[in-house]
Design a protein around this ligand. Sequence first.
Ligand code: GLN
Length: 231
Amino acid sequence: SSTAKAQKTYQIGTDVTYPPFEFANKDNQYVGIDIDILKAIAKAENFKVEIKPVGFNAAVQSLQSGQLDGIMAGMAITDERKVKFDFSKPYYKTGFVMAVAKDSSIKSLEQLRGKRVALKTGTAAAEYALSLKDKYGFSTVTFDDSDNMYNDVVTGNSVACFEDDPVMQYAIKTGTKLKIVTKPARGGYYGFAVAKGKNQELLQKFNAGLAKIKQNGEYAKIKARYLSTKT
Ligand code: GLN
């Protein structure tokens, strides 16, 4: 008789460019904190994952329509999202920051009046910026991925963008010509998401695996792999 039960394979949606959480390496393999955490959890809990790098907003839409089993994409746990999705235990802390071109004199929200701001469709940072739009009198333009949003600011089409603090910090550290000018706002946490009431077995496995890799030191090792300042 067979020794092991057949491993179940889950379809997991992710972003295309969201380093250090998910990005393609030189060999065009998806890597990053999220990808490594997910793989370590899958190994610990004896399931398989198929990574679908469809982009953040597309992943959210596909999870809702049942084409994906879960999302691992630096996705913030928010009250609005909890209406449609069930989240794992939080696994990473975040907050929103505003970034501007390296040589920009803009330092505050007040200086955005009459100017254009670049946002990434469907993100919590975009929702945050949209909530400030009327008060501070700026217009917005949206992009599907972070790289194109940053570029719009670097080239001067927009004066600022809103992004998650750890992601913006990493982009700047790795050469994106922007600077952060605000303190992280509305702190929150990333979580793994499944559709509301669906894939509860997967969610439980994720939480169990997360506890294991935190306990055995693997989670810390993964973080260090991408965030270590050693060269
Ligand atoms: N962290 C942001 C959110 O939850 C964006 C995620 C992403 O762009 N991959 O909306």
